[in-house]
Design a protein around this ligand. Structure first.
Ligand SMILES: C[S@@+](CC[C@H](N)C(=O)[O-])C[C@H]1O[C@@H](n2cnc3c(N)ncnc32)[C@H](O)[C@@H]1O
Length: 235
């Protein structure tokens, strides 16, 4: 098994977090994404971060963003124990070992927002990827309140992510993009302004028209749970 294939496996992450205590943030840090998070996620509502790892993102949400209730889950007991101990004096941050495909510890409708930076991507690397990703998305849908938002930060362009999202649950989807470069190297003229949604049609072809082929960006999908549009499915 290659290491990317193992991204869906708990042993891989336990091993990695035992050797690399971090902190480490995949793709982007809180400060570069803060304007988008603040726009879509109210700071006084309960937020769930799935596959938190040892990232400083949630800490940033609390210390810089004023978020008051950030629950973090990860499948790796190694990282959850380390994060619990690190943040034992920070009541706004909670850490729980949990598989995102089965979050029955949470009642339906518990959260106003779910944040995922790199976790759906990891499940998509492993075996049974499509099945695992669908279970994950259905669980995220379930734990969100009506009108709650799933914020998915990913390297996956609409060509690879849109259909999966559309087929899992009935989301209303907006798309933002942010350049991959580290914040200090960001160019003065980004490919696209962070705060401006990219036009998104049903098959995502509008995105290539707006940004050109293979833009050097991370994609931020803002998926809103719309029960009314989908009253029979997963409600
Ligand atoms: C690419 S890392 C991203 C970590 C963090 N979100 C960040 O942005 O730095 C993916 C994380 O997902 C976790 N993970 C993988 N499969 C999982 C599952 N089924 N349930 C919960 N967490 C999972 C891994 O342990 C790892 O911490």
């Amino acid at each position: 098994m290659t290491s990317t294939q193992a991204y869906g496996e708990p042993w891989y992450w336990d091993n990695r977090y035992s050797n690399e205590p971090g902190p480490f943030d995949w793709y982007q840090k809180y400060l570069t994404l803060a304007p988008i998070i603040n726009l879509y996620v109210p700071s006084d509502h309960p937020v769930l971060v799935v596959g938190c790892g040892n990232s400083a993102f949630s800490e940033g949400m609390v210390l810089d963003g004023g978020y008051t209730d950030v629950v973090n889950v990860d499948i790796s007991s190694v990282v959850i124990e380390a994060m619990k101990s690190k943040f034992r004096d920070c009541p706004q941050l909670k850490y729980m070992k949990m598989d995102v495909r089965d979050m029955n510890a949470f009642e339906s409708g518990s959260f106003s927002a779910v944040i995922d930076k790199g976790t759906l991507d990891s499940l998509l690397c492993g075996n049974n990827s499509r099945q695992n990703a669908t279970k994950m998305l259905e669980e995220i849908w379930r734990v969100l309140k009506d009108k709650g938002v799933y914020v998915l930060v990913t390297y996956g362009a609409p060509l690879y992510r849109l259909r999966l999202l559309q087929e899992s649950c009935s989301w209303t989807i907006k798309l933002h993009v942010i350049e991959k470069l580290a914040s200090e190297e960001k160019s003065d003229y980004p490919v696209w302004e962070l705060m401006k949604p990219v036009p998104l049609n049903d098959d995502g072809s509008s995105v290539e028209e707006a940004l050109g082929p293979n833009p050097d960006v991370h994609y931020i999908y803002i998926c809103t749970k719309e029960i009314s549009a989908n009253s029979n499915k997963n409600a």
